[in-house]
Design a protein around this ligand. Structure first.
Ligand SMILES: [Zn+2]
Length: 288
């Protein structure tokens, strides 16, 4: 594998620091001194059908940046040359971390399914992923409904660009918007009233899951059949998707809402995260 070492950027639990650059002899399109970032993925096989189709994020041999490595806690990061993506001007390094993982995760369905700016989009869960989803959907031009169980997040959601806010544990409030949403982006990792949420979908509407819900999601057949609804999911995006996401974020000045912690206070940062207090992404600064 050809290598580049450099800006280790990422989200909660990952480092952020300028390191020594080194570009491998066979690396293409990179040179020492460029600002680049990698997200969840640091490499893929580059010869399977998904890789050759430009869908490298679906490769069966993905190399995760953090899984099995020190990842963002490491002093340096190594990646296949195809995966580091140039950071456009206007993308600061701290913002790049959350954008490269959560940002592409929530924007990917808009790219994948050609979601038009006239779409009505719901975002379930206003957290690390969800708050970015609201920002991207609003910048995309969509009418955005935020679903949150935390009353204090209602005004914040509007600040992120949501046009409407619905209490996600209030079946009556959810039922009141039945049949209206073209895309419902699920960013939570906890069980919900899935039947009520599916009911918010308009004919041909899609519920798309990007949150790591560990319990099975029950899907009644007739919730899909009658109105030809769809349910889907996706992981992050390809290097080209990531480049498109960064360009869009730079143009619309989409920045994650972050809390910065020096690496020397990593344990405090993780406790802050465990306590559910992160608003909304924590970025660790290496070397401090
Ligand atoms: Zn592959």
């Amino acid at each position: 594998m050809s290598t580049i070492q450099g800006w280790a950027v990422a989200q909660a639990g990952k480092a952020l620091e300028r390191q020594t650059f080194d570009v491998g002899a066979r690396a293409k399109g990179l040179s020492v001194g460029q600002r680049v970032g990698i997200g969840w993925t640091a490499g893929s096989c580059m010869h399977c059908r998904p890789c050759l189709s430009g869908e490298q994020n679906l490769c069966g041999e993905l190399v995760a940046t953090i899984g099995g490595h020190h990842g963002g806690f490491a002093d340096t990061v190594r990646a296949h040359w195809a995966w580091p993506v140039l950071l456009p001007e206007g993308i600061d390094l701290a913002s790049a971390g959350p954008l490269l993982c959560g940002g592409i995760t929530v924007l990917k369905p808009f790219l994948e399914y050609d979601i038009p700016p006239t779409a009505r989009v719901g975002v379930v869960g206003i957290g690390g992923l969800g708050h970015m989803a609201v920002k991207f959907a609003a910048a995309w031009g969509c009418e955005v409904t935020a679903f949150t169980s935390t009353a204090a997040k209602a005004d914040e959601s509007r600040g992120f660009g949501a046009h409407h806010v619905v209490a996600s544990r209030d079946a009556e409030a959810i039922n009141a918007i039945a049949g209206t949403l073209d895309l419902l982006l699920v960013t939570v990792n906890v069980p919900m009233d899935w039947n009520a949420l599916l009911g918010t979908l308009a004919p041909k509407g899609r519920m798309h899951v990007v949150g790591a819900v560990l319990e099975p999601i029950p899907i009644p057949a007739f919730a899909l059949i009658g109105k030809q609804r769809q349910v889907s999911g996706s992981p992050t995006g390809s290097p080209v998707d990531i480049a498109r996401m960064l360009a869009f974020a730079a143009r619309h000045d989409i920045r994650p809402q972050m809390e910065m912690f020096p690496m020397s206070q990593v344990n405090e940062a993780l406790k802050h995260l465990d306590d559910g207090k992160a608003r909304y992404r924590i970025v660790l600064e290496a070397g401090r």
